[in-house]
Design a protein around this ligand. Sequence first.
Ligand SMILES: Nc1ncnc2c1ncn2[C@@H]1O[C@H](COP(=O)(O)OP(=O)(O)O)[C@@H](O)[C@H]1O
Ligand SMILES: [Mg+2]
Length: 234
Amino acid sequence: MMLSVNQLSSGYGGARILEDVSLAVNTGEIVCLFGRNGAGKTTCLQTIMGLVRPLGGDVRVDGRMVSDWPAHQVPLSGIGYVPQGRRLFGELTVAENIEIGLMSDSKGNAGTRRAELLAMFPRLEERMKQRADTLSGGEQQMLAMARALAISPKVLLLDEPTEGLQPSMIARIRETLTALRDDGVAILLVEQRIDAVLSIADRVVFLDHGRSQPAISAAELNASPDLAKRYLGV
Ligand SMILES: Nc1ncnc2c1ncn2[C@@H]1O[C@H](COP(=O)(O)OP(=O)(O)O)[C@@H](O)[C@H]1O
Ligand SMILES: [Mg+2]
């Protein structure tokens, strides 16, 4: 497994939020983590990235245990993170936001990688000199993805990338994620709305009150919609 999360627990101050969360993502696979608002999805991604300290369990990226690494080193294991709400530098240009991502690329091939990213997101190339906060929501999401992809990660985490976007833009993001998956990236995709991404998921993990259920295949979930109702109450 490219990403494996084993009985991970974490929380804030005295409050435990995640309890024994386990999941795994293979190379060339999209795993969706679903759960209601407040279920602990963002906390789970932040704990994987070392931004919230684990209270128990571990996280492995390509076999290396990263759960005791300082947060700023975790991306160097080959893991990219697109946070909820994008967290761009709004007053900087599109080009500058991409440069910030490229600076963390230790391999020293920023020129090639920049060209690859702009080929992946041609809309950004047209807007390189614009401030990030003047982009549409969908363009901002593309920029957040480009920044996370600058290090050519083996694992990509995305927190509700389709939130607030128009259907046409959601479709573009789905296409980008399937292309990355087919290129061998292991993708962990957090969503609250199951219908937005179920069609591209290989497996699905439900999170409820900080606890995970064993993964089920997307085919199985498609065949029995009652399962989603039971897990999500939708
Ligand atoms: N920085 C924080 N400090 C304290 N509690 C938090 C913090 N962030 C989230 N929480 C709490 O953790 C729980 C899970 O939140 P979160 O991981 O954001 O859920 P989700 O992403 O599934 O909506 C919620 O009860 C939330 O109030
Ligand atoms: Mg969240």
